[in-house]
Design a binder for this molecule. Sequence first.
Ligand code: HEM
Length: 327
Amino acid sequence: MDKLSPMIILTKRFHNGNQYPPGPPLTNALSNLRAFQQRPLDFLSQMEAEFGGVVRFHTGLLPVYLVTSPVGVNRVLQSNHRNYSKQTFTYAMARALSGENLLTSEGAEWVRRRRTVQPLFHRRVLDGFGQVIIAAAQTRAEKWLSRGRPIDLVEEMMGLTLEVAGQTLFSVDLSTTTAEVRAALNTSAEAILGQFQSPLAALWTLVGFPSPRSQALRQANDYLDGLLYTLMAERRDCEEMPVDMLSLLLQAVDEETGKPLTDREIRDEIGVFLTAGHETTALGLTWTWLSLAQNPDTESRLHRELVTIQAGKGGAGGMKGWPSKAD
Ligand code: HEM
C-alpha cells in the first residue's frame, strides 16, 4: 500500500518573504531520503503529523513541499496559483517525460491548450461519460458478486479506471491490452515518482544518461506511442467520429496558426490524460473504499444517496440530480 498516498507533493516556491513553512532541518536530508525511499507513506504521514498541513523538507539539495491541508491545496491550485510557477526542476522532468501538454504548460500557452479541450467538459459530454462510468462499475460489481470471493481492490480499481479512460478518451476497450498499457503507464509513473525518491535518478533523466530506468522508460514510451498513433490513424479513417477526447483533438485547430494539431501534440495531450487520469483515480477510489469501511455512517449515507439518484432525478445513470458543489 506504499504507493497509495493521497497527498500532494510539490517542489514549487512556497514561502512568504523569508518565512518558510515548518519542517525538519536540512541536516536530516539523508535520513529523510532513506525513509522516503523505504516507507514513503509512513514518512509523509509522519511529516504531516509532526509539522502540520504545509511542510518543507529535503531529500536532496532541492526542498520538497508537502501540502495536505485543504486550505493549502486551495491556495496552491486556485486562490494564489500565479505564485507557483511551473518553471521548476520537477516540471522540467515532467516535460522531459511527457512533453508539452496541459499539465506541464502555464500562462498563455496553458490558456490556449485549456480552451482546446474545453468542449470535453460540457455538461452534455460529461453526462455521457457518467453513463460510461456507471456501466463499467456495474459490470465489474456484477462480476465480483458472481465470483463470490475476496478481490484485490487496487487491481480492480486500476482495471476499472483504465477501462473508463479507454472509453472516454478513445472509445476503445483497452481490456485486451490492459497488462501492457498498465505496465507502460506504471513505468512512466515510477520514473516520475523515482525523481522524488532519488536525486541521482532525477539527474540521469534530465541529462538523458542511459540507465536501466531510462531504457525501460523509452520502451514504455515507444509502446504508448505505438498505441496512440495507431488509434489516431484508425480514427482518421472513421466516417462518424464518436464524442471523445481523441475526436476533439483531431478536429481542433490551433488558434494562432489556424492549423490542426500535429500528431505529436495530440499524443502528448492525450498521453497525459491517460497517465494522470488512471492511477490517481484508482488510488483515490481504493482509499475511499477503505474510508467507507471504517465509517459505516458515511457508508449508509452514500447508499441512501445512490438510491435517491437511481430512483428519481438521476434516471438511467446520467449526472442529473447528482449533488452540486453547493449541496
Ligand atoms: C483522484 C484523482 C486525481 C487527483 C488526486 C488529481 C490530482 C491533480 C493535481 C494535484 C493536479 C494539479 C497539478 C499541478 O498543477 O501541479 C492535476 C492536474 C491535472 N490532472 Fe489530475 N487528478 C486526478 C484525476 C485526474 C483525471 C481523472 C484526469 C484525466 C482524465 C486528470 C488529468 C489532469 C490534467 C490534464 C491536469 C492538468 C490540468 C491543468 O493544468 O489544466 N486528473 N491533477
